[in-house]
Design a protein. Structure first.
Length: 297
């Protein structure tokens, strides 16, 4: 509701709301309950999208396409996760759960067994992780994120920063962290070069330029287009190397036309592989911390 108030939106004029959520913490339709609690009126529809780590981006695409089709002029796009409340079956209570998970979770343990060639070394992953930590710390200390963050009070404590950010992080400190999945002989994923468990939400207000100008709203970005591409599960997390060329071709652009790149992946290994394969200049890439630091999904 804070964003609606900040932008001075009349809740009655919202045409639709799209919520991207990867791990819903309950079978109940929490998106609808949250919208009503925030003051969104009963007649405003809402839908929830799950496309794993890209759920929030797909929510933006959903509202943008409604507007392009003429079915809406104003919508809210959100990304929401509460991973601490994500229900998980426990092998401690039923040992068969662990056996089932071995066969169901084709991604586990995520970045370790993937068939990339060549796979980034641990040292390289830590270097890219530091590339994420350093600007994030600067952004935190200089207040760059202050206007984007809504403080939340829980049990009398104010939460107004992303707590995975560690001030004073160094390459030497990252290299001392132990692998999370030591059972893999080439394990390289650590707490320092991967994302943390995330509880939070982000929202974007999407409308037509005509309406934004009429309402006196500041336009911060323009929706140009989107491309979604799947890859084999053994190559999880590297779809940007396929999706980015597709959207550039679709829009008639080249890499040289892009001034700022943001490749949000949960692991530094994914980010390293993507930017090196695409040959993205690092001085144009993710200047205020990658998703590998600011939580996932």
């Amino acid at each position: 509701m804070s964003s609606v108030v900040r932008v001075k939106i009349d809740p009655a004029t919202i045409d639709d709301t799209s919520v991207g959520v990867c791990h819903p913490p309950s079978p109940l339709y929490l998106s609808r309950a949250a919208a009503l609690s925030a003051g969104i009126l009963d007649h405003v529809p809402i839908h929830t999208i799950n496309r794993l780590c890209s759920s929030g981006l797909v929510a933006i695409r959903s509202i943008a396409q409604l507007i392009k089709a003429g079915d809406a002029t104003l919508g809210l796009a959100l990304g929401v996760e509460s991973m601490s409340l994500n229900p998980r079956p426990s092998p401690e209570h039923r040992p068969s759960v662990e056996e089932i998970q071995k066969h169901m979770n084709v991604f586990s343990p995520w970045a370790e067994p993937l068939k990339w060639s060549p796979k980034p070394t641990t040292s390289k992953q830590d270097s890219y992780a530091l590339f994420s930590h350093t600007p994030a710390a600067h952004a935190l200390q200089s207040g760059i994120f202050a206007d984007e963050i809504i403080a939340v009070e829980i049990a009398g404590q104010i939460h107004d920063i992303d707590d995975p950010i560690r001030l004073g992080t160094t390459k030497e400190g990252l290299e001392k962290l132990k692998p999370v999945f030591p059972q893999w002989g080439t394990a390289s994923t650590t707490a320092g070069n991967t994302s943390g468990v995330g509880d939070g939400a982000a929202i974007a207000v999407i409308t037509t330029r005509e309406r934004a100008e009429r309402e006196g709203w500041e336009v911060q970005a323009r929706w140009a287009g989107c491309a979604v591409v799947g890859v084999g599960h053994c190559y999880m997390g590297i779809s940007p190397i396929v999706a980015i060329p597709k959207i550039l071709e679709k829009l008639g652009l080249t890499k040289e036309d892009i001034d700022l790149w943001e490749i949000n992946e949960a692991f530094a290994s994914q980010f390293a592989y993507c930017v090196e394969t695409l040959d993205v200049p690092m001085d144009k890439s993710t200047r205020m911390a990658a998703q590998s630091l600011l939580r996932t999904p």
